[in-house]
Write a protein that binds this ligand. Structure first.
Ligand code: HEC
Ligand code: HEC
Ligand code: HEC
Ligand code: HEC
Ligand code: HEC
Ligand code: HEC
Length: 500
């Protein structure tokens, strides 16, 4: 039987009634409201800036959680006080719900509805968070300075419509979680400026290209040849044009015939090409192993390399060993200035030696963009005075700088080798240098395709009318600076900027 103690007449004391819980409640309520408001805002202006996303999905929920922690912390503290000092507070009571009491019914109803609404909002919020953290905006803009080199160059690449996450994360929950864990580290490193400048490549443990690139491009469907012109200008007074037009034998495979040729032969699914690189940037490759479909193997090595590579450092070649910068490429100073010249932005007649002067100006080290842009303008003005077309030329050089140089991250072409060709970096010649050799039964064999007209055919070269004559069988390369020493790699002299 219940005795009518004086206590039961007074309303049940609640441990939530304390200042800490009250403050927590206000914070939690406020941030929930802010969250709803922010979500509504993003719904009505989907192109909003990425910081709204951070507020919505990182800051607001953080405050909400902090508020709830305070609410329950206050409750816990109050309850502990009551238990310790029964005389001070009213007696400690365990939670009891009695549905016959109207007050309890009301509390339970409010609590239940509140929870359901909260859960739905959380679910919706999480879904939005998922998409937001996968978006190009999140990857490219939230840590503006850090990702600027990639984000800015990306927008002018063939992949400008492919989200960062398509290559960097790919599908599937496990990589989503992995990427968010490393993402958490990245937020830490950005907040406390622990990141390296420039951000180093190759990326450790990048997802295998089979899972990412091959979703959209697969080796069996590569085309035969690509016809491409490389428009150059010499660094002489006349800015002499020199174009090389190549048919690149991209090749690939005809799966039905099981036949692979050309550049994409390396991606032949039956053969395996593996290699060992001596340096972290994978620019020096002294050892290559080919495993054929029948299991036979050839090891090609640079004769100067006598060791055996450690097994865990042997890497299977895939797309990114050649296409190591498919989406965000800071162009070499030479190439970028030449592009502007080829596009007719520069008055070559009034601006002698423009290529040399411009490349020199943009390649200097500057502390930040503003200083760089001003110094570039000053350098060109000092050289050309009031020459006709100078303004347009300054604008072109500044555009090149803005698009390809990121002084705060120390990121430009010098930081990121491009392995696709062989002119400014070793690229293909890391292996195809006529040095790597395999010895089977005393017979020496070099890596195939090291002749100038195997990977591509030079179908025209020079300037003006010379370019109208096409040579389907291929021309011998006419080097503008005279005969080439076969012992030298192109990249021994060419480096994308002013020559050494
Ligand atoms: C088409 C695929 C692709 C897309 C799209 C892409 N990346 Fe990359 N990214 C790569 C590859 C491949 C590498 C270099 C891998 C290596 O060498 O280890 C790389 C490297 C990087 C690096 C390391 C530093 C560097 O510049 O090499 C960063 C940072 C980066 N990407 C950020 C981004 C951001 C931000 C976006 C979206 C704005 C993006 N990426 C879009 C494929 C992609
Ligand atoms: C979500 C689809 C998608 C993924 C994933 C993807 N690409 Fe692409 N890629 C494209 C599209 C679209 C183009 C542009 C095609 C065009 O211009 O006709 C393209 C173009 C290219 C080109 C030609 C570039 C040029 O400058 O002309 C190369 C090379 C390439 N991709 C390599 C890669 C590599 C390597 C990866 C993996 C790191 C990759 N792609 C991942 C869709 C994708
Ligand atoms: C041995 C180096 C090498 C490897 C490995 C390689 N590629 Fe290529 N790929 C090239 C070269 C060289 C070109 C010619 C285009 C150029 O110079 O930019 C090319 C061109 C392409 C193109 C453009 C084709 C077109 O018709 O426009 C795509 C797409 C492409 N590669 C995707 C891939 C993918 C995906 C993989 C991995 C499955 C891969 N490549 C592996 C060297 C390579
Ligand atoms: C890691 C070393 C390595 C790199 C880097 C490399 N290759 Fe190769 N490549 C090989 C090997 C090994 C073979 C097979 C040689 C043989 O069978 O004699 C080969 C074969 C070829 C073939 C002949 C395919 C056929 O039809 O038989 C072509 C063409 C080719 N490579 C082009 C390129 C191009 C272009 C690049 C740069 C974009 C490049 N390779 C980069 C190792 C490499
Ligand atoms: C292993 C394959 C391979 C061999 C061998 C090769 N090339 Fe190339 N070459 C390429 C590729 C791939 C490109 C395209 C690079 C690009 O798209 O950026 C290229 C581009 C070029 C270009 C244009 C580059 C530019 O920026 O103007 C010239 C010129 C050239 N090669 C000359 C030669 C000469 C000369 C030889 C012989 C000494 C040679 N190549 C041997 C693969 C090869
Ligand atoms: C001994 C050093 C040296 C070697 C090796 C060398 N070059 Fe050059 N190359 C030069 C010089 C110097 C010029 C003239 C530069 C100028 O006037 O801007 C030049 C100009 C060029 C040009 C036109 C202008 C430019 O800046 O692009 C091309 C294209 C070129 N070389 C391609 C190659 C290729 C491809 C290889 C390798 C097969 C090669 N070179 C090897 C020194 C060299």
């Amino acid at each position: 039987m219940r005795t009518n103690s004086p206590d039961s007449a007074t309303p049940t004391p609640s441990f939530f009634r304390n200042w800490i819980s009250l403050a927590g409640g206000i914070i939690a309520g406020g941030s929930l409201f802010a969250f709803v408001l922010l979500v509504a805002m993003t719904l009505f202006s989907p192109d909003g800036n990425p910081y709204v996303g951070i507020l919505t999905y990182v800051v607001a929920p953080a405050f909400l959680i902090a508020g709830l922690v305070l609410v329950f912390g206050g409750w816990w503290w109050q309850r502990r006080q009551a238990l310790r000092h029964p005389g001070l507070a009213r007696t400690a009571q365990s939670l009891s719900i009695d549905l016959s009491r109207p007050r309890d019914r009301k509390v339970l109803l409010t609590f239940g509805t509140g929870s359901i609404v909260f859960l739905m909002l959380t679910a919706f919020g999480s879904y939005q968070t998922y998409h937001f953290t996968e978006s190009v905006e999140f990857c490219g803009k939230t840590c503006h300075t850090v990702m600027e080199p990639e984000f800015s160059t990306y927008q002018r690449s063939a992949h400008a419509r492919v989200a960062c996450a398509e290559c960097h994360i790919g599908g599937g929950a496990s990589f989503y979680v992995k990427s968010k864990i490393s993402g958490a580290y990245q937020i830490y490193s950005v907040t406390f400026k622990k990141y390296q400048t420039p951000i180093p490549t190759p990326i450790e443990n990048l997802r295998p290209a089979q899972d990412t690139c091959e979703k959209c491009h697969w080796p069996q469907k590569f085309t035969g040849n690509i016809d491409r012109s490389y428009e150059h200008f010499l660094s002489n007074k006349a800015n002499t044009a020199h174009t090389v037009r190549l048919l690149l034998h991209v090749g690939g495979g005809k799966a039905a015939q099981g036949h692979f040729t050309g550049v994409h032969w390396h991606m032949n699914t039956d053969t395996k090409v593996e290699y060992f690189a001596e340096d972290p940037k994978r620019q020096v490759i002294p050892w290559v192993r080919v495993t054929n479909a029948d299991g036979t193997q050839q090891v090609y090595r640079n004769p100067e390399y006598k060791g055996e590579p450690p097994a865990h450092e042997i890497r299977r070649m895939d797309c990114i060993d050649c296409h190591n910068h498919p989406a965000h490429i800071p162009l070499p100073a030479n190439t970028a200035i030449e592009e502007q010249m080829a596009a007719g932005k520069i008055n070559l007649a009034t601006l002698p030696s423009f290529k040399k002067v411009a490349v020199q100006a943009i390649s200097k080290e500057y502390p930040d963009k503003a200083t760089a842009l001003k110094s570039i303008a000053d350098a060109l003005t000092a050289k050309y005075g009031k020459a006709e077309g100078l303004e347009a030329a300054i604008a072109a050089a500044q555009t090149v700088y803005e698009q390809n140089f990121f002084p705060l991250m120390k990121a430009d072409w010098r930081a990121y080798p491009n392995n696709i060709g062989h002119k400014d970096w070793p690229g293909c010649f890391r292996c195809h240098d006529n040095k790597h050799v395999s010895e089977v039964g005393g017979k020496k064999a070099f890596i195939k395709a090291s002749d100038c007209n195997t990977c591509h055919t030079i179908i025209a070269q020079g300037k003006g009318a010379e370019l109208d004559k096409l040579a389907p069988k291929g021309l011998e390369f006419k080097h503008p600076d005279g005969e080439l020493d076969p012992e030298l790699l192109c990249s021994d002299c060419h480096n994308g900027g002013l020559q050494k």
